[in-house]
Write a protein that binds this ligand. Structure first.
Ligand SMILES: [Zn+2]
Length: 995
């Protein structure tokens, strides 16, 4: 037989595009349209509905950037349409090639009931089915004219990312506002043709099934009269029933489709717009659930649920009804889909506490799945936190974005730093926006790495970010591939149903140990420095606010600020969302974040001040130590007068200055560089021979794409050492260094703080597409280095033997990185930076190791002014440091001793531990307001610890709990202290009932 495959395939495409799809709506009449443009920010629904609209016509422009327009559409169903299905088609001026990221609408009835969202690929509203001729139609559309930021030419700098710079030119043109007849049979024919046509293209050309599909499709096209598609669609469909009813082969891959819309909690739009995006999408999904009995929808991020509850009660009523029916499913159990590299130990834990508690309180749902499809890599501390929150499974697809190495599994056990293993699935469909296309399903089946031992994968299905979620077309396609020869078998299922099957079929999955490092988006550890500092400061202040408030509540009967702490925690957790803390949002988001963090700091400082006054009265002289280690004679978690031993500053021979304290001696040369740092106990030099520490280095930083997200490896090919100083001056106990470069200036203050060389760096940053690093070449030979992560640290190699190691050229630390030889090590601690790199050099004197902190970047997309302006950082170099010293000094730079007030001479700690390896990470009162004291601690060095925890109050009973403070053991009556035995990095939460 002659091979006419190309001809038939091309015929299918043209006939579908130009004749059959247009016949879905064979008749239409225009609606009358009027509009009211809200003058500023969005208004309440009632106000929008009540406003008096003015004239507008199809074809006219509307929509200032970030504006809101309330359209009113009215019309009458023609008498001759009686008995047919009638829909309104409301095209706000959508670009259908971009499902989301542009204008959107939410349709209301005149009484304020939400109907559904309007999105680029979801523009219909059912008005009669069957219609009554003569029926009056009146609908209102709350339309948001959000600008397109990520365009066809992506990553071009734009001023559209902030209302303050976006201008007022209208962005959209009203395209179509009609009532139309919907031909269900033609629509079903389109679904048949798309499913079979897409499947056909995925099948081997030498297989019979491909040709059976081709011939059936050809017969169906022959059966369509192109001048009467509606009249012949049923006959065309009849030609396809044979191939559509042929079942899947027994070994076919199984896909659990989960209806989903990945809605970034802020990104290319501000937080306030996400509130509305969620309302639109959830309205779509509750409507779709009513129409489609098999469909299941899952929504993550408790914060987004809380927004619907607070801001759109009419939508919330529909959502809660669908949840009760088990079809609108809370997914995961976090407050937001946060970054997991940068959030500190407690913040990462609280993501689960607040997320899970919301779902438990609202719906009685306690999920065991963690849903993070889009997060930029996963810290090795996370498995333990997931388990301690009462969950045991993780889903993400993001590691498929890695540029260098292919991850070897799709289903596996992920082992964290403490040995906790979490059943993990990476959907092989490699997207969180599956749309049920044949090529996506075939890719999932082909790509699945665990074939032969497992058969199930998950596909999050639906348009996110303003795309409106799952569409009726996706549901129709899924129905056709439920059991279809040549295709994977698809069924709508909840995440829990998927995981139950995946676990059952795969009892011994392979194990991946350590972090799930994303080989991409490494710049997100540095971009938007103030957002990152805001997070770090807020975490430290929250720790102190809880500690001092709990201490004051127990000791002085102060009211514990439950509501305020709950609210502030949720604010800080929201800002850890995977486009806010990583610095990849528009200018508007980061401008608001800076202000929010200022307010958070103000309120937390007030809470801390109140608690300290309640504890110690009002006169001065007392220092409060909020860190978990004793400092300057002040006990951890207590207050006393501090014993400070100042350093001296003298002139250095050959220029520069010498700083000398009781533990360290530092030489700063005439260039303002640290050319020597000796710890006086061992006499060992920390700085690599012939090199200098505190070296600022400037690199060009223009990645191939994803500007705010990526730093590409070639940035290192070019470097400028900033060694020219404008001024180097010794003053009291410190040395001040000033430099200028490009359009920027930098001032540094170098001091000695007990066992630490402290460098405070103030940069007035006005560079473009550059990255600024602060380098510390150390005379240490180290094959690996430690970076602090949640409740412990992770090791990474200093070499680049394999592509896996080479790809980790920029990585995340919390408060420290640490390198050591047997018996001697050094740590670099930081109060605000996360990005860093560690490299090794070999010269005549041996191997040395260079630690570099990443201070600032200057990408121009999506915020064209990223990081411009004044920044302040504190870094500390700790010579002769063990891991334990690194942990302690890391806390100290983030949690400095607070000079407070106090008539009391000392404030005893509320809890004390007798082993420094055991770090108390939180002291607070129980969230259930019982007055119980909660203490969480962890083993911080990677070893075993046996410690005794002593409470500074009378304890009636103590019990271990999970992160949600639910008991996990039997209550004990403590004797003289509470024994705590911990395995490496193990965390434990104790709940103490006060006597
Ligand atoms: Zn995302």
């Amino acid at each position: 037989m002659h091979d006419d495959r190309d001809l038939v395939e091309a015929r299918l495409k043209r006939v579908l595009d130009e004749r059959i799809r247009p016949a879905i709506y064979p008749e239409s009449v225009p609606l009358e349209v009027a509009v009211w443009h809200a003058p500023g920010e969005p208004v309440p629904v009632a106000e929008g509905l009540a406003a008096e609209p003015g004239p507008i016509a199809v074809g006219q422009a509307w929509g200032v950037p970030w504006g809101t327009s309330w359209f009113t559409v009215t019309g009458t169903v023609p008498m001759e349409w009686s008995g047919r299905i009638v829909e309104a088609i409301l095209d706000l001026g959508f670009d259908e090639n971009m499902p989301g990221f542009q204008c959107e609408g939410l349709v209301y009835r005149p009484d304020g009931t939400p109907v559904k969202g309007l999105n680029p690929r979801n523009q219909w509203v059912r008005v009669g089915s069957p219609a009554e001729g003569g029926e009056r139609v009146r609908l209102h559309v709350e339309a948001a004219s959000n600008p397109v930021i990520l365009d066809y030419h992506p990553f071009r700098p734009t001023r559209m990312g902030d209302k303050e710079t976006a201008g007022t030119d209208p962005l959209y043109r009203l395209a179509r506002m009609d009532l139309a007849v919907f031909d269900q049979t033609v629509w079903e024919l389109v679904m048949d043709l798309e499913v079979l046509g897409e499947l056909m293209l995925e099948l081997p050309v030498d297989g019979a099934r491909r040709w059976e599909l081709l011939r059936a499709l050809e017969r169906a096209l022959d059966a369509v009269d192109l001048q009467d598609v509606g009249g012949t669609a049923a006959a065309a469909r009849a030609e396809l029933t044979g191939v559509l009813s042929s079942p899947a082969v027994p070994s076919a891959h199984r896909i659990s489709a989960v209806g989903h819309a990945h809605i970034d909690s802020a990104w290319l739009w501000p937080l306030r717009e996400t509130v509305r995006k969620v309302a639109r999408t959830t309205s779509n999904m509750t409507a779709l659930l009513e129409d489609e009995p098999d469909f299941v929808f899952a929504m993550s991020q408790a914060q987004q649920w809380a927004w619907v509850k607070e801001h759109r009660p009419e939508v919330w009523a529909k959502v809660t009804k669908a949840v009760a029916a088990g079809r609108f499913v809370p997914a995961g159990g976090m407050w937001v889909e946060s970054d997991t590299n940068m959030p500190g130990s407690e913040a990462m834990a609280r993501q689960f506490v607040h997320g899970k508690r919301f779902f438990i309180d609202e719906f009685g749902v306690d999920n065991e799945e963690v849903w993070l499809p889009d997060t930029f890599g996963f810290a090795a501390g996370l498995p333990q936190i997931i388990k301690a929150a009462g969950a045991k499974r993780l889903l993400t697809q993001k590691i498929s974005w890695s540029q260098t190495n292919r991850f070897p599994h799709h289903t596996f056990l992920w082992e964290g730093i403490d040995g906790t293993r979490i059943f993990t699935h990476f959907p092989p469909v490699d997207t969180y926006n599956c749309s049920m296309q044949g090529r996506e399903l075939a890719h999932a089946a082909r790509n699945f790495k665990d074939k032969g031992v497992a058969r199930h994968s998950l596909a999050p299905t639906g348009w996110g970010d303003g795309g409106g979620g799952t569409t009726r077309e996706m549901v129709a396609k899924a129905a056709r591939v439920r059991d279809l020869e040549g295709s994977p078998k698809v069924a709508w299922e909840t995440p829990a149903e998927f995981f139950a099957k995946a676990e059952a079929e795969y009892p011994h999955p392979p194990v991946w140990v350590g972090e799930l490092y994303l080989e991409l988006h490494r710049g997100t550890l540095t971009s938007q420095a103030k957002t990152k500092q805001g997070n770090r400061r807020s975490e430290a202040l929250l720790r102190e606010a809880e500690l001092w408030s709990a201490t004051a509540a127990v000791r002085a009967g102060m009211d514990y600020p439950y509501e305020r702490l709950d609210r502030i925690w949720k604010t800080v957790l929201l800002h850890q969302f995977h486009d806010i803390l990583p610095g990849s949002s528009i200018a508007w988001v980061h401008r608001e974040a800076r202000r929010t963090y200022e307010l958070v700091a103000e309120e937390l400082n007030a809470i801390i001040g109140d608690a300290q006054s309640a504890l110690a009265g009002q006169t001065t002289g007392l220092c409060f130590n909020g860190s978990p280690h004793a400092r300057l004679g002040v006990p951890a978690g207590g207050a006393a007068s501090a014993r400070v031993r100042p350093a001296t500053c003298t002139e250095r021979e050959g220029g520069g200055y010498v700083l000398e304290g009781p533990l360290l001696r530092a030489e700063i040369d005439a260039r303002g560089l640290v050319v020597s740092l000796r710890d006086l106990e061992t006499g060992r030099e920390a700085v690599a021979p012939g090199r200098a520490a505190n070296l600022l280095q400037l690199h060009p930083d223009f990645p191939n794409k994803w500007d705010a997200w990526d730093v590409d490896a070639f940035y290192r090919n070019t470097v400028t050492d900033l060694t020219e100083a404008d001024r180097v001056a010794g003053d009291g106990g410190r040395v001040e260094v000033r430099r200028s470069f490009g359009s920027s200036t930098v001032t540094q203050w170098i001091t000695l703080d007990e066992g630490r060389l402290d460098i405070e760096t103030e940069v007035d940053w006005h560079e473009t597409e550059k990255i600024l690093k602060l380098a510390f070449p150390l005379d240490v030979r180290a094959d690996r280095y430690a970076s602090e992560s949640q409740y412990g640290h992770v090791f990474r190699p200093t070499h680049t033997n394999t592509s896996w190691e080479a790809a980790k050229f920029e990585a995340c630390n919390h408060r420290f990185v640490h390198v050591e030889e047997p018996g001697w090590g050094a740590a670099l601690v930081t109060d605000s930076t996360y990005g860093h790199d560690v490299t090794r050099d070999v010269d005549g004197t041996g191997t040395t190791t260079t630690l570099r902190a990443s201070l600032l970047r200057a990408p121009r997309f999506p915020d064209p002014e990223t990081d411009q302006g004044v920044h302040r950082f504190r870094h500390g170099l700790v010579p002769n440091a063990s891991i334990g010293d690194a942990v302690r000094e890391g806390y100290f730079v983030n949690q400095p001793v607070r000079a407070g007030s106090g008539a009391a001479e000392v404030v005893e700690p509320l809890v004390a531990v007798d082993d420094d390896a055991v770090v108390v990470s939180a002291v607070k009162l129980a969230d259930d307001r019982s007055g119980d004291v909660i203490v969480r601690c962890y083993e911080s060095r990677g070893g075993r610890a046996r410690a005794t925890l002593r409470a500074g109050f009378s304890v009636a009973e103590v019990v271990t709990t999970d992160l949600l403070e639910r008991p996990t053991g039997e209550p004990q009556r403590p004797g003289d202290g509470i024994p705590v035995t911990l395995r490496p990095f193990e965390l434990v939460t104790l709940r103490m009932k006060r006597a």
